[in-house]
Write a protein that binds this ligand. Structure first.
Ligand SMILES: Nc1nc2c(ncn2[C@@H]2O[C@H](COP(=O)(O)OP(=O)(O)OP(=O)(O)O)[C@@H](O)[C@H]2O)c(=O)[nH]1
Length: 344
């Protein structure tokens, strides 16, 4: 019988919906206090989740400033079908209008040069003699520090200035600006400020939380690995079960697949039992590094973007204040829990 993938993922209402940490709140308030001195904001968004990675807090904080949207990790969302990519890019450019949009793989000097060219055009039109100050902002682990390093490397041939890593929260504090373009034609240089990733205070739906976790915006201990692997399997099956054909025949049963993956990759516990949790984390890592299909988790079509805009217009004002309240409550509860633990 022909294999039929699941058409929808079950609603998991018990999943955590927050990952708003103290350093996120601190970073946001620092960003707010500095934003008026910034000439251009580079907002990074994960290419695999263009809609889900929108943080309403940034919309509110950055709305007065000129913004360039850079979709990072382009290489992980594109299967190389040029026509499909072009169509998607046109839709996303339209979606963000009037903010310009670029799509970027941090290892592609072509992509990085495009960002540099855009920055130079903006800077030139302003003609500042003292230099231009830019800030990079976005969700955790989206690739902000990698972008800063790549801009500096392509433009100035200099080594890493910011620490990067596969888990969220590597950048914890706002440091000092880093030069990315030398002064030219009597103008000042261009300096870029890295900022820590800021998560959404409260994620309204459980599937959005799964997407954010799969893309690495929250630490891997927040969502159970089996749930994350199951959600990944749901997407991979919609794309093509061929992607895991070396481990198993097409299946909707994640435990069956994880057992096979564990055995075939030698992930065994004492007594020969398969380490299915280890296999789940490994599968997720494989997808994150582009080895289990390169595709988006959000649907990007004209209809999907219209639906998204309509929903955002209805929800915006109340949901933002609810989010802020929920975020503060999360931080308060965490502080209470850690005080209680210290008394035990
Ligand atoms: N494949 C691919 N990986 C990328 C790209 N950009 C960043 N990464 C990887 O994504 C991970 C996170 O990158 P960072 O630059 O540390 O992310 P960040 O946004 O600064 O993270 P925070 O410290 O949480 O704010 C690292 O493992 C990078 O190597 C990209 O364009 N393509």
């Amino acid at each position: 019988m022909a294999f039929i993938p699941r058409a929808a993922f079950p609603a998991l209402d018990s999943l955590p919906r927050s990952y708003y940490l103290g350093h996120h709140a601190a970073a946001l308030s620092k960003i707010r206090s500095m934003v008026s001195q910034i000439d251009l904001i580079i907002e990074c968004r994960d290419y695999r989740i263009p809609l889900t990675s929108r943080n309403p807090l940034f919309e509110e904080t950055l709305k007065e400033r000129e913004r360039l949207v850079v979709y990072t990790k382009r290489d992980l969302g594109s299967d190389g079908t040029n026509g499909a990519d072009r169509k998607r890019h046109t839709l996303l450019r339209h979606f963000h209008h009037p903010s310009p949009v670029l799509f970027c793989d941090h290892q592609s000097s072509h992509d990085i040069r495009q960002v540099l060219t855009y920055i130079k055009t903006i800077v030139k039109s302003r003609g500042s003699l003292t230099g231009s100050h830019l800030m990079v902002a976005g969700m955790p682990n989206v690739g902000k520090s990698s972008l800063l390093n790549a801009l500096r490397s392509v433009s100035l041939h200099k080594g890493k200035a910011a620490r990067t890593g596969a888990q969220p929260g590597i950048t914890r504090k706002i440091g000092t600006s880093v030069k990315i373009i030398e002064p030219e034609d009597g103008g000042g240089g261009v300096y870029l400020l890295d900022t820590p990733g800021v998560f959404i205070p409260y994620v309204p739906d459980a599937e959005a939380m799964l997407k954010l976790a799969l893309c690495g915006s929250v630490k891997d201990n927040i969502i159970p690995p089996f749930t994350l692997a199951d959600y990944l399997l749901y997407h991979v099956n919609l794309k093509s079960p061929e992607l895991y054909s070396q481990y198993h025949t097409p299946t909707n049963d994640v435990m069956e697949l994880l057992d096979a993956v564990a055995r075939k990759t030698g992930r065994l516990q004492k007594g020969g039992e398969s380490d299915t949790e280890g296999a789940a984390l490994w599968m997720v890592q494989r997808w994150r590094s582009g080895h289990l299909g390169r595709f988006l988790l959000d649907e990007v079509s004209e209809e999907a973007l219209q639906r998204y805009n309509a929903e955002a217009a209805v929800q915006a004002p109340s949901s933002l204040s609810q989010m802020r309240k929920a975020g503060k409550e999360v931080i308060r509860n965490r502080a209470r829990a850690s005080r209680a633990a210290s008394l035990d």
